[in-house]
Design a binder for this molecule. Structure first.
Ligand SMILES: Nc1ncnc2c1ncn2[C@@H]1O[C@H](COP(=O)(O)OP(=O)(O)O)[C@@H](O)[C@H]1O
Ligand SMILES: [Mg+2]
Length: 224
């Protein structure tokens, strides 16, 4: 199996008024195509920090990250944003939808940035929104959607460029039980059907257990 994501000896320090905060001390992780990995850990243990470093949204203080075998550590922003567009779908706990754009337009924006021809992108976006159960909501602005619906739009957006890797930071954290289950099923189904790799940060022990590998972030390291 091809390794989609690898982290070697990642550490991350934050300088605070109270001194140096060592959040990540020695994180090692390799994720293969089609593999689902859950990351649990206490609040403040560094899960979001880790995911942002894995996704190239933040720089580590030490260690190396590889995307599809290519080292991305210390590459510039232009390279990172281009590679991220191709390789990674990022799902945030708080959705991060553009409030002025409809559900469909939010999904299309990601395709536009990636340079996909609009006609192809529109067909794909509609198919994805249908898949996440939002065919009737494509013209809605985020403010007219429930939390679960917003997150499903965000997932469709994360998928539009068919990334081989999804990084999801507590994607069900703000959702009711029913919506959370729908989002979770969708993510796991992608791993099965499309060979997408998934790193899922979650507080939900049941969801974590449904991933192929279950890891815990504790004292700055990932343990099995
Ligand atoms: N930019 C920052 N500057 C200083 N401290 C930070 C910063 N970002 C996160 N932290 C601290 O790092 C720790 C881990 O945060 P975070 O990764 O958000 O944890 P989690 O997602 O596991 O709840 C927390 O103690 C948080 O306060
Ligand atoms: Mg967090």
């Amino acid at each position: 199996m091809a390794t989609v994501l690898e982290a070697r000896h990642i550490c991350k320090n934050f300088e605070t008024s109270a001194g140096t905060l060592k959040v990540l001390k020695d994180v090692n992780l390799a994720v293969d195509a089609g593999e689902s990995v859950s990351v649990c850990g206490a609040s403040g243990s560094g899960k979001t920090t880790l995911l942002q470093i894995l996704g190239g949204l933040d720089a580590a203080s030490g260690g190396e990250i590889f995307w599809a075998g290519e080292k991305i550590t210390s590459r510039g922003n232009a390279f990172l944003s281009k590679a991220r567009m191709r390789l990674i779908g990022y799902v945030f706990q708080s959705y991060h939808l553009v409030p002025e754009l409809t559900a469909l337009e939010n999904v299309l924006l990601a395709a536009k940035i990636a340079g996909t021809p609009m006609r192809t992108a529109k067909a794909e976006a509609l198919a994805l929104l249908e898949k996440v159960g939002l065919r009737e909501r494509i013209g809605h602005l985020p403010v007219k959607l429930s939390g679960g619906e917003c997150q499903r739009v965000a997932i469709a957006r994360a998928l539009i460029n068919r990334p081989p890797l999804i990084l999801a930071d507590e994607p069900t954290g703000n959702l009711d039980e029913h919506s959370a289950e729908a989002v979770m099923q969708l993510l796991l189904e992608l791993c099965e059907a499309k060979g997408t790799a998934l790193v899922l940060v979650t507080h939900n022990g049941d969801f974590a257990a449904r991933c192929r590998r279950k890891l815990i972030l504790k004292d700055g390291v990932l343990v099995g």
